[in-house]
Design a protein around this ligand. Structure first.
Ligand code: G3I
Length: 345
């Protein structure tokens, strides 16, 4: 075949997509999801608010629908996500806010969540996003420097990161354990606002301390509205992380376009080319770095992209339509660019 997944196989690269199990009832969605990709990630179905909506009562139904699809299609699974500041169950955040759950209990709750989840899927998950988005960006940095952010760092201190990897390893020694984040596509000046450098130093310290971290996932949520990265920059970043002894992966690739108010197809054309350029630079960067093991798009069609409903802040238009297939499930220039990169490199 000539699907992206088939073309990537000879590079030893998995091509993945995020999957919304509810969308699998649409035969067009289902057919592309099952044929083009050799890896899948649950877009929301494995998140804590979904799997444990009531304390002590697990609901794996959506996650299991997703897993059944992956297994039927012989696709490798990226588990997403064990520890994140978002999409936490209300019983947890409210319990902490009211003081009903104290720190010692909270740490035990987190350990149980990590280990119950990893054990539940033991042997069926290739890569786990163990800790996701733990640090600030340059735009929300406190006191002019990147640091740890959000619920878990505030409640437990940054040591939760190392704990989470140790707990996950105990529960499934064979799964590859990843730290996953966005805006770590390229190194900056190495200063206090360089997020990529901060994450690099964090991973370096974790490795030096014997913490079982096997990989770094660069989400790569890009927008053609901001500067582009070259394939060289992407490869350089991935190689520097690989120098720490970890695998890398591009885990949530998409490229938004700032749509003109009147989005005629003529106005869209250069945007589609710019988008294809970014998708291609990321893929070429990954192919260039031998330790980059998977390239996953965060949804493959413009009907289901999270960017359509997300508010990206002020601007003259709307940033959306970030996927490689259009709303009619036709391949966009970005799809053709990926296909060509895989076929001819
Ligand atoms: O399921 C409920 C539904 O019952 C309710 O009626 C509806 C009304 O708002 O919301 C539905 O939940 C939404 C959920 O997606 C499922 O569609 C949430 O509101 C919405 O916030 C949620 O968005 C997800 C987002 O994470 C939230 O954190 C996106 O689908 C998902 O693509 C996105 O994924 C994240 C990665 O996990 C981590 N990296 C960034 C990436 C993009 O934000």
């Amino acid at each position: 075949g000539r699907t992206l997944g088939d073309l990537a196989a000879r590079h030893d690269l998995a091509i993945g997509t995020a999957v919304d199990p509810a969308a699998l009832t649409d035969p067009r969605y289902r057919s592309i999801a099952s044929t083009e990709f050799t890896s899948v990630t649950a877009e929301n179905a494995m998140k804590w608010e979904v799997t444990e909506p009531v304390r002590g009562t697990y609901d794996w139904s959506a996650a299991e629908r997703f897993m059944a699809f992956a297994e039927r299609n012989d696709q490798k699974v990226r588990g997403h996500v064990l520890v994140w500041n978002n999409q936490l169950p209300a019983w947890l955040t409210e319990g902490v806010a009211s003081g009903a759950i104290d720190r010692a209990e909270l740490r035990g709750i987190l350990k149980k969540h990590v280990q119950d989840t990893v054990r539940h899927f033991k042997g069926r998950v290739w890569q786990w996003d163990v800790v996701n988005e733990a640090v600030t960006d340059s735009y929300d940095a406190v006191d002019g420097r990147i640091g740890y952010k959000g619920f878990w760092a505030e409640q437990l201190g940054p040591g939760y990161v190392a704990d989470a990897f140790r707990w996950a390893r105990e529960a499934d020694p064979k799964a590859l354990l990843f730290y996953n984040d966005y805006n770590i596509d390229a190194f900056g000046d190495g200063g206090p606002l360089d997020k990529t450098a901060f994450v690099y130093r964090m991973v370096k310290r974790l490795r030096e301390n014997g913490v079982p971290i096997d990989g770094v996932g660069s989400q790569a949520h890009l927008s053609t509205r901001y500067g582009n990265y070259s394939a060289f920059q992407i490869a350089d970043t991935l190689e520097r992380f690989a120098g720490l002894g970890v695998a890398t992966a591009l885990t949530e690739v998409d490229v938004r376009n700032l749509l003109p108010a009147e989005a005629t197809s003529d106005a869209l054309n250069p945007l589609l080319q710019a988008q294809a350029f970014d998708y291609s630079a990321l893929l070429t960067g990954c192919l260039t770095s031998r330790h980059c093991i998977s390239y996953t798009v965060w949804g493959f069609d413009d009907n289901h992209s999270w960017t359509n409903t997300w508010d990206f802040g002020s601007g003259p238009g709307r940033e959306a339509l970030a996927a490689i297939y259009d709303t009619g499930y036709q391949p966009k220039p970005a799809y053709r660019a990926l296909q060509a990169d895989l076929a001819y490199s």
